[in-house]
Write a protein of this length. Structure first.
Length: 258
């Protein structure tokens, strides 16, 4: 796919020179180039969709693993230390080393990148789920138990809704960091926009490097804003508590005794 695109760019440059218009932005290797966006739009779209797919799958699997781990750490305090310690140790492993260690297991495939990103996300997600559940007031739990709530109903209908702000905050942080770390997957050929950044840096193709980098930043911002909107929809009581201003009543005026 690379060769036909390069040939198209060369023909475009020759055409502009034949018409006496001078070299185009691709031939000048400008940082900002509209011609690059026109000729490489399909490649940019494919890389962006791959980036979104890897990020979404990694965060989703990480959340599915982190939630039961957080429940286990909460109910068995002896397990909390090892679980949190293990996830922290995994987060300290450099991403290049992580992908290299996983390659013999999964081969050169998207599974290498997804597995590495899932392991990195556990540090953030487990801690935030655990913090959200621990923040539920004890009197709320006791009141629910007094009303006949069993453990499962207590978790799903009382504790989990109250823990949502911390949980979604963890998902937001994990998602933004995963968007950034997905680019490292270019070392195995599955880095989404990171593939374009790596190839652009190798050939010092300025427009490719800048465009892919800007798209990566915009993707992280869009994901964060989307999750923030989801959080506001799922927790309307927090919006009502923080958004509304309290109306201060005037101090009573003592009547004059005459």
């Amino acid at each position: 796919m690379e060769a036909p695109v390069r040939a198209t760019e060369a023909l475009t440059g020759l055409r502009s020179l034949a018409q006496g218009g001078g070299p185009g932005c691709l031939e000048r290797n400008d940082w900002i180039c509209g011609e690059y966006l026109r000729t490489r739009s399909q490649e940019l779209l494919s890389a962006t969709l791959q980036h979104i797919g890897i990020t979404a799958v990694s965060v989703l699997i990480g959340l599915l693993i982190a939630f039961p781990l957080a429940l286990l750490a909460r109910h068995r305090r002896g397990v909390a230390g090892p679980v949190l310690g293990l996830t922290t140790v995994l987060y300290t492993v450099p991403s290049l080393a992580m992908f290299a260690l996983l390659t013999p297991v999964f081969g050169v495939s998207p599974a290498v990148v997804v597995t590495g990103l899932v392991l990195y996300s556990l540090t953030i997600l487990v801690r935030n789920v655990l913090a959200g559940l621990d923040a539920v007031p004890a009197e709320v739990r006791e009141a629910a138990r007094g009303m006949g709530y069993g453990p499962a109903r207590l978790l799903l209908e009382v504790e989990l809704p109250l823990a949502l702000p911390a949980l979604v905050a963890g998902v937001r942080i994990a998602t933004v960091s995963t968007v950034a770390m997905t680019t490292i997957g270019s070392v195995v050929g599955y880095g989404g926009l990171g593939n374009l950044i790596a190839s652009g840096m190798e050939g010092f193709f300025k427009a490719e490097v800048l465009t892919a980098s800007v798209l990566c930043v915009l993707l992280a911002l869009a994901a964060d804003l989307l999750l923030l909107g989801v959080q506001r929809l799922l927790t309307p009581w927090t919006r009502a508590r923080t958004g509304g201003r309290r109306v201060r009543r005037p101090a009573p005026v003592a009547k004059a005794v005459g």
